[in-house]
Design a protein around this ligand. Structure first.
Ligand code: ADP
Ligand code: SF4
Length: 698
């Protein structure tokens, strides 16, 4: 069955979005519209400054009127090794940051620098300085570091204020238009002083709210002094910690803002900590921060920016019209689609590549690797590979391409090959497109993941040089008879049922009378009832979400994992605690550090991964969530007939996505995109295929 191209979208802005394109004054500088890319970590920082700068330049090109850096550590006495952020410790750091400011300016955007003193959140593993905060307390890092901060005395506070001023002056010299004072998410150190929990000091910097805001006031004043009439000063603050009255909450945050309102030029509102601020779509809807910021503007005369994974222009308009926000802040929506503002401006809603709220971008920072994005495969590759989210170089030579399989890898390959001008046919065995995304987005909480399919199917649908064939399971005979020059096998993978994964390299003994399912079976609607063991040796989301689904469907679920916690890798997407809490609320029993040794009739044998102690768990069935096997039947059939390729006009057969090695959806999209980028290019396998900046020797 062949899909016909759909009508082309309009290119005229809808007048109801005009309000989003009004200028906003931020002290002495003016943002030309309301689209504000808030500071966000990206795993590039001081190590990959040109990579970070090019990523920001492209956002400025895409229409964001303010583009900010991630946190820039202002002084060596506060750094968050091993995380890779920007640094502005001294003069030597200016050129790297100036590159960001310069490149942002090339597209008439304002460049913002998030000055940051982490304080009681900085382990200082590089500088080996003793961290400083309001009190003698262990550092509040994600990684429970065995480091304790010391309480600051008056000299320390005077020093900190001076350091902030010095860093602000360096930022101004680097060319930034906006300088931050960061007091949010317990990443910006002054928040520890704002917090009643952390700040139990008895001097003029502790106790009453008036005293607790004193340090922040002094930092803003000093930064304003440095900024002069050249830069706007933005204060980033958190309005709620989501722990009730014990934590900072909206009404207290409003009191802080009211007390300090005369000092900064703008307020940037977040939730605290980062895991609350950047919640995934599995746990929070678009606009989820609204209740925590909704009345803040009652107490301030300054403009306010806030976030909430905004991708819907109508919601953005409502935020402004209802006086909740003045500027639409975005980190993730700007990562998934750096051209979001431009597309709204040009009335190209259908072209918006909406964030799916998966936090793979966050995992870049958590794994100290350059940022990546499930929806935008060019993210983090702008400088080092020269990729652009909206443009791809035209094809080098004629070449028809057959893409087999319309999962994320095949869809992205077909789309990007089509954009390069190739004649492409995309054949999919199933009736629906999307592959694993089509299946997974029907699991609890993952519906937004369907946007990976929707964006690509929508784009391909309007291309005349990409034809889509559904219900077309291709055989080697089919492929050899078609006469395409390049064949891309994006045939995906399937979950194994034999227990092989990280811990078991050979199959687990399974009694044939026992129902043993895989996630594919569950997603295909095979029901599992009664007592079910979910064995999770995958450790990303699938084990947890399958347990959630079965529990919701009425099974008595026990999740068994050799890790120390449920869905352990989701620490990197900041969801682990929420996943575990949800399973516990659903009554799922969780057994950690346990490994199935065998699946017998009516039971599973378990071994403790720490002690080796063995036990038995009665169950009516098992779901194995361990590893996947690439689907290579077509690849092997074609490989066996390689001598026929030339006669059939085939010049290359290449696997992409999960058919090479099953991984994340982001990896599959990247793989499909990379194929399209590299078709026709001469790749030297002996040479690193991307640019990098190597440390300068002194
Ligand atoms: P990836 O994540 O790599 O994109 P998926 O598993 O999501 O992989 O998608 C693979 C897609 O390939 C599935 O939709 C599947 O139906 C399709 N497919 C597999 N084998 C064939 C084939 N021989 N012909 C056409 N489509 C195929
Ligand atoms: Fe959104 Fe996921 Fe991309 Fe992050 S990685 S920007 S959450 S789609």
């Amino acid at each position: 069955m062949l899909d016909k191209p759909a009508a082309q979208p309009s290119t005229v802005r809808d007048p109801r979005f005009d309000i989003l394109f009004e200028p906003v004054k931020i002290g002495p500088v003016t943002a030309r519209n309301r689209f504000y890319q808030v500071p966000n970590c990206n795993g590039m920082g001081y190590r990959d400054p040109s990579g970070a700068a090019m990523m920001r330049k492209i956002k400025a090109e895409g229409g964001w009127s303010v583009v900010c850096t991630e946190q820039a550590e202002i002084h060596h006495s506060s750094e968050i090794t091993p995380f890779i952020e920007a640094r502005i410790w001294g003069e030597d750091d200016i050129p790297a940051l100036a590159r960001s400011a310069d490149w942002i300016h090339e597209h008439d955007a304002l460049a913002g620098l998030e000055l940051c003193y982490n304080g009681a959140n900085s382990p200082n593993f590089t500088s080996r300085e003793i961290p400083m905060g309001p009190a003698d307390l262990p550092v509040a890092t994600f990684t429970f570091d065995p480091v304790q901060a010391r309480a600051m005395d008056r000299t320390d506070i005077r020093n900190l204020v001076r350091w902030h001023g010095q860093a602000a002056r360096r930022g101004k010299r680097a060319g930034f238009d906006i300088l931050y004072v960061y007091a949010g998410k317990f990443l910006g150190g002054p928040m520890f002083f704002l917090s009643r929990r952390y700040n139990q000091r008895t001097d003029e910097y502790g106790g009453s709210l008036q005293n607790r805001v004193r340090l922040l006031k002094e930092l803003i004043e000093e930064t304003k002094e440095a900024a002069g009439d050249q830069c706007g000063v933005v204060c980033r603050i958190s309005t709620d910690e989501l722990i009730g009255p014990a934590g900072l909450h909206r009404e207290e945050a409003k009191e802080i803002i009211a007390l300090l309102d005369e000092y900064p030029d703008m307020w940037d509102l977040t939730l605290s900590g980062w895991e609350n601020d950047s919640q995934t779509s599995r746990f929070a809807e678009e606009g989820y921060q609204e209740p925590f910021v909704t009345t803040v503007k009652q107490v301030t005369r300054k403009p306010v920016v806030g976030v909430g994974r905004f991708t819907s222009p109508d919601l953005m308009v409502r935020m402004v019209r209802q006086g909740i926000l003045d500027m639409i802040g975005a980190a993730r929506p700007s990562i998934a689609d750096p051209f979001l503002p431009k597309k709204i401006e040009e009335g190209r809603m259908e072209d918006i590549r909406e964030c799916i709220g998966c936090n793979i971008c966050v995992s870049g920072d958590f794994t100290m690797s350059p940022i990546r994005c499930t929806q935008n495969p060019t993210m983090g590759e702008e400088w080092r590979r020269g990729w652009h989210p909206e443009r791809i170089r035209p094809k080098e030579a004629e070449g028809t391409v057959l893409v087999v399989g319309a999962g994320p890898a095949g869809l992205e390959a077909a789309l990007s090959l089509g954009r390069r001008g190739h004649e492409v046919k995309l054949a999919e065995a199933g009736t629906v497109l999307g592959g694993r995304v089509e299946r997974e987005c029907r699991l609890p909480g993952l519906s937004a993941w369907g946007r990976v399919r929707d964006y690509r199917v929508g784009q391909i649908g309007r291309m005349t040089n990409v034809e889509v064939y559904r219900d077309s399971r291709l055989s080697a005979d089919d492929v050899l008879s078609f006469g395409f020059e390049h064949v891309v096998l994006a045939t995906g993978s399937h979950w194994r049922a034999d227990g092989v994964g990280r811990f078991h390299q050979s199959p687990v003994a399974i009694d044939p009378s026992m129902p043993v399912l895989t996630p594919d079976d569950v997603m295909a609607g095979r029901t599992a009832t009664g007592r079910i063991v979910v064995f999770d040796d995958d450790h990303y989301y699938m084990g947890g979400v399958i347990a959630e689904k079965l529990a919701r469907d009425g099974a008595a679920v026990t999740l068994v994992t050799p890790a120390l916690m449920v869905s352990a890798w989701t620490i990197n997407t900041m969801e682990q605690h929420r996943i575990q809490a949800r399973l516990m609320e659903l009554g799922v029993e969780i057994l950690v550090s346990k490994l199935p040794t065998d699946v017998g009739a009516g039971h599973v044998g378990l071994a403790c991964t720490v002690t080796g102690r063995e036990s038995t768990l009665e169950t009516d069935g098992v779901v194995m969530v361990t590893a996947r096997t690439p689907d290579l039947a077509l690849f092997h059939a074609l490989s066996a007939r390689e001598n026929e390729w030339a006669g059939a006009g085939i010049r290359s057969v290449t696997r992409v996505g999960d058919a090479v090695a099953p991984g994340t959806i982001a990896a599959a999209v990247y793989s499909g995109h990379r194929y399209a980028e590299e078709l026709g290019a001469v790749i030297d396998p002996d040479v690193t295929p991307f640019r990098r900046e190597v440390a300068r020797l002194l």
